[in-house]
Design a protein around this ligand. Structure first.
Ligand code: GUN
Length: 289
């Protein structure tokens, strides 16, 4: 079987076209310009690249962008102080603290400081708690898992009753994605670094989602014939090429659908962030359709 490509980039472009119209409507009818503020600590090359993509998406959709850069030596208190200022600013609708943060910073304290209504990353306990309740209560959901669900929906890939195997249990990707698949009545297995026999689980998957950050982790012999494979990994090879966690050439011969890297989950993450910013701006401004 040669897999059909899940074209995340194409879906993201369609979302941008819709969002651009929504942003114009908000401006004309409510005099509100959605605004995203990003806080960056240090100069991690991957973070810089992600931020550049987010800034470009803002420009494309008409969302205002502001960025605050901090030296590695910044304290948790300084970051929390800035977040509190942004929480109180009525012109700001989304606050995003780019991760990872240096070891001396308390990530939970920083995330907790963000007003859940402006938490466009969907990382606060409030928004994660809503997501935990049911699909109906998913609100500002984490962008990467939301992007995965949107890709599956776009291609009419039914989740109900399917064996979904998620490899990776991070707070940003694996855990919330497992919850969102469960909300859609998939039978979900979450694998992680201490999983004893990874291949045993991955071979059973109707829908296999992998977000670990380890090139070549999933080879074709670990994938069932006809599986839907969502590769969320982002890795750079020694030659500087971007690849996912799956061996694309061989896995795509076995899968029924597969996401490319780049051009799959990555663009969808950024588009879902824009979706969350517009959603937050509408609610904060009391805009009614
Ligand atoms: N670092 C890697 N992915 C993300 C993300 O989705 N949001 C934030 N804030 N930081 C990240």
């Amino acid at each position: 079987m040669t897999a059909k490509l899940i074209e995340g980039r194409k879906i993201a472009e369609e979302m941008y076209a819709d969002l651009e119209r929504e942003v114009s409507k908000l401006e004309v009818r409510a005099k509100v310009k959605p605004k995203l503020v990003v806080m960056l600590v240090g100069q991690d090359p991957a973070s810089l690249s992600y931020i550049k993509q987010k800034q470009k998406a803002c420009a494309k959709t008409g969302i205002e962008w502001d960025q605050f850069d901090y030296d590695e030596s910044v304290t948790t208190e300084e970051l929390v102080g800035k977040i509190e200022e942004l929480n109180a600013d009525p012109l700001v609708h989304g606050i995003l603290v780019q991760l990872p943060l240096p070891k001396h910073i308390s990530v939970p304290l920083v995330i907790r400081a963000i007003d859940p209504k402006k938490d466009v990353d969907g990382f606060t306990a409030y928004n994660l708690g809503k997501m935990f309740t049911s699909a109906d209560f998913e609100d500002l959901a984490p962008c990467t898992p939301l992007g995965v669900i949107k890709m599956l929906e776009y291609y009419d890939i039914n989740m109900k009753g399917k064996e979904a195997v998620v490899v990776g249990h991070s707070n940003i990707v694996g855990k919330p994605l497992s919850t969102m698949l469960l909300n859609r009545n998939a039978t979900v297995t979450t694998c992680h670094i201490d999983t004893k026999d990874l291949a045993f689980h991955t071979k059973r998957a109707d829908i296999l989602c992998v977000g670990v950050g380890k090139a070549g982790l999933i080879s074709a012999d670990m994938v069932a014939d006809g599986a839907v494979v969502i590769d969320i990994g982002v890795n750079r090879t020694d030659e500087g090429k971007l690849v996912g966690d799956c061996d694309f050439a061989s896995v795509s011969e076995k899968a029924s659908y597969i996401t490319p890297v780049p051009g799959g989950a990555g663009p969808m993450t950024v588009a879902c962030l824009m979706l969350n910013v517009v959603k937050a701006a509408k609610r904060l401004s009391g805009y009614k359709e």
